[in-house]
Design a protein around this ligand. Structure first.
Ligand SMILES: [Zn+2]
Ligand SMILES: [Zn+2]
Ligand SMILES: [Zn+2]
Length: 433
């Protein structure tokens, strides 16, 4: 490659931020200094959050998710560090059982002693295997006829409604514990949350949530003294047990019995929580490519290899959730948060764009750009993007490790860890330094 050729390949990869499947667009640009308008093609990142589709873009998304989650726990991006003093819980909410499935039971057998030995279909309900991660049967029912597929898909389809009702109930119950009525609540406190949905192997979503009590109005206002993490724990335990959502079909939705609640205390624990949330945020339904995109026909669903997943997706399709059959009825989004939890994906993208293009004379003329194809134009660009991304990940990992070891020995490095922005072991900031 001659110098111009190399420059062209580099420029294209940089423009698309090392994306694995960039999108080409073409349209009009203006040189803001000279006023000259011309037509130009651009290769831009696909911005897909899913690791199975684009490792590079999902890495960036994960970093953004980390910053958003962490800022709401330890401060940053407009949230004061005093947020450390607000009551914060890390809660995992699950779906109820829709049938007995193969599971991992840490060194024990799957189902050695079921309450009844055989189901009504004559299947043995005993499984004496010790399953390991990656076992194909994990999450699939011991008797497929006993598994309530319709119930499972309906639960996924309405899980976000169940969540919204739970938030309303939590606010009300928290206020009621102090004798406050609904219209008084906004004058006393705000309940903020950050929630990520993750699929269990059995095909049901469950939610990982950070809950935080703030003062009225601004999230930086101190919460009332009565609003403790213990009170919040009591209220959520009680509310989750009580909640019932009655659907138009007459079905009743409840939460599963498994409920994990942990109080989030100091900085390290908070960063760990943010790390979990970011990790879940880039996962797909099952990590495979089969369930990454919407199905366009029932036949496509019927071609799924795994019988349990096929039944779930077919049930979703047949119940009318065709657009979300690949997610077994769950309509997304995977990340949702209350408005004043912390920053937004949009703000973070804008910040990055502003950082990436400080001395650029060229500006896009909005509305003139149209889709022009997929993939890099330059034949060497794809390999270059993969190489850059791999190097990037390596450098970020090393930097994060250095950061963790300096946190373990804070005396060595006090000045740095005190002056750095909270949440700094994230890849984004390392890149920006
Ligand atoms: Zn991409
Ligand atoms: Zn089993
Ligand atoms: Zn059965």
């Amino acid at each position: 490659m001659n110098a111009d050729d190399r420059r062209a390949a580099l420029a294209e990869v940089r423009q698309a931020s090392n994306c694995s499947h960039p999108i080409r667009i073409a349209g009009e640009m203006v040189n803001v200094t000279t006023g000259e308008v011309f037509r130009r093609g651009l290769t831009v990142a696909c911005k897909d959050r899913r690791r199975a589709i684009c490792p590079a873009c999902s890495y960036l998304y994960k970093a953004d998710a980390y910053i958003m989650a962490a800022a709401g726990l330890i401060g940053g991006k407009g949230i004061d560090e005093s947020v450390l003093l607000h009551p914060r819980l890390f809660v995992t909410l699950t779906a109820p059982s829709f049938g007995v499935v193969h599971r991992i039971t840490h060194g024990q057998q799957c189902h050695p002693h079921p309450r009844v030995a055989h189901c009504v279909h004559g299947h043995s309900l005993v499984c004496r295997l010790q399953h390991h991660p990656g076992d194909a049967v994990l999450g699939s029912p011991i008797c497929p006829h006993c598994f309530d597929y319709e119930g499972a898909v309906r639960w996924n389809a309405h899980a976000n409604r169940l969540w919204n009702e739970l938030v309303t109930r939590l606010r009300r119950e928290l206020g009621a514990s102090q004798g406050l009525v609904r219209r008084e609540l906004p004058h006393h406190f705000t309940l903020n949350y950050f929630k990520v949905a993750e699929f269990q192997l059995r095909g049901l979503v469950h939610f990982h949530v950070v809950l935080r009590v703030d003062g009225p109005g601004d999230p930086n206002n101190a919460p009332p003294l009565w609003a403790t993490a213990d009170l919040l724990t009591q209220v959520i335990t009680h509310s989750v047990r009580l909640e019932r959502l009655i659907l138009e079909t007459g079905d009743i939705l409840t939460w599963g019995r498994q409920l994990h609640i942990a109080q989030v205390h100091e900085g390290l624990a908070a960063k760990r929580v943010a790390g979990y949330l970011a990790k879940y945020a880039v996962k797909t339904t099952d990590g495979s490519l089969e369930l990454v995109r919407r199905f366009t026909s029932r036949q496509q669903v019927d071609d799924l290899r795994d019988p349990h997943q096929r039944r779930l997706a077919l049930t979703a399709w047949d119940l009318g959730f065709t657009r979300h059959a690949h997610a077994f009825g769950y309509p997304g989004n995977l990340i949702t948060k209350s408005r004043s939890y912390s920053t937004t994906f949009r703000e973070m993208r804008e910040e990055r764009a502003a950082y990436m293009a400080p001395n650029n004379d060229l500006a896009v003329i909005p509305g003139t750009f149209l889709y022009d194809g997929r993939g890099y134009l330059h034949p060497k660009a794809q390999a270059l993007a993969e190489l850059f991304f791999a190097m990037d990940v390596e450098l970020r990992k090393e930097a994060a490790q250095r950061k963790v070891s300096s946190e373990m020995n804070p005396s060595e490095d006090q000045s740095i860890s005190q002056t750095e922005t909270p949440g700094s072991p994230n890849p984004q900031q390392i890149q920006e330094k």
